[in-house]
Design a protein around this ligand. Structure first.
Ligand code: SAH
Length: 213
């Protein structure tokens, strides 16, 4: 698959749309301008790649809406070398944004088909996560904890305790909490025992499911 100047033009337009919707972090907007999102979805739907919409990928899952990816990335204030745990690798588009922002990314996916596909695809287009993990995000990733930032890209019925436990003091967990729709919830670890909670509006994600598949 190719990346052309037409695609570049569409990406620039998408970044403008996100700007109008309130994304102001230039690093995030530059990542959107750079990452060839059309390569992350089935080529027959290429035309949809640069609209600000979620879209179906394999295994009944979706690639998150660009606005949502940008909002989560901006909210977490990702800095170069931040150690980031991502729950829900999916298409890998959010992973690519985190990598463009300079993060060291550990990404967990519970669907084997997506895990396999995305862990092969991302390095092919030059995006190297520290590790792709086939596993259950409810458990986090103890081996590499604690993390500066944890991002959950599936709708969680509750905040998993393991994720709170795997956050550095000063670290942030961003997780959509709820069933049909979710409230984007930011938890900042103020001390080993204290978390500050911020609710950042309504979003819609596919559900965070238990166990691997
Ligand atoms: N960031 C992805 C979003 C994909 S949708 C993208 O932009 O493409 C959410 C993903 O979370 C799906 O791939 C789904 O399989 C995965 N998921 C759901 N529950 C999970 C869990 N408990 N652990 C890991 N991944 C999970």
């Amino acid at each position: 698959m190719k990346d052309t100047s037409k695609h570049q033009g569409l990406r620039n337009q998408l970044a403008n749309v996100l700007k109008q919707k309130g994304i102001h972090d230039e690093n995030v907007l530059n990542a959107v301008r750079k990452i060839p999102r059309h390569l992350f979805i089935d080529s027959s739907f290429e035309d949809h790649a640069y609209q600000d919409k979620a879209f179906p990928i394999a295994a009944d899952q979706t690639i998150s809406q660009p606005y949502t990816v940008a909002f989560q990335s901006q909210t977490l204030q990702i800095k170069p070398e931040d150690k980031v745990l991502e729950i829900g690798t999916g298409s890998g588009y959010q992973t690519a944004v985190l990598l463009e922002l300079g993060a060291e990314v550990y990404s967990i996916e519970r669907q084997h088909e997506l895990f396999k596909r995305t862990s092969l695809f991302l390095p092919k287009i030059g995006y190297r996560a520290k590790k792709f993990i086939f596993g259950d995000g409810y458990q986090g990733y103890k081996e590499k904890a604690p993390f500066d930032k944890i991002i959950v890209t599936a709708g969680a019925p509750f905040v998993p305790k393991a994720l709170l436990a795997q956050l550095k003091v000063g670290g942030m967990l961003l997780i959509p909490v709820g069933d049909k729709t979710q409230i984007m919830t930011l938890l900042i670890r103020k001390s080993p025992k204290e978390f500050e909670k911020h609710e950042l509006g309504d979003f819609a994600f596919v559900p965070m499911l238990q166990k691997k598949n």
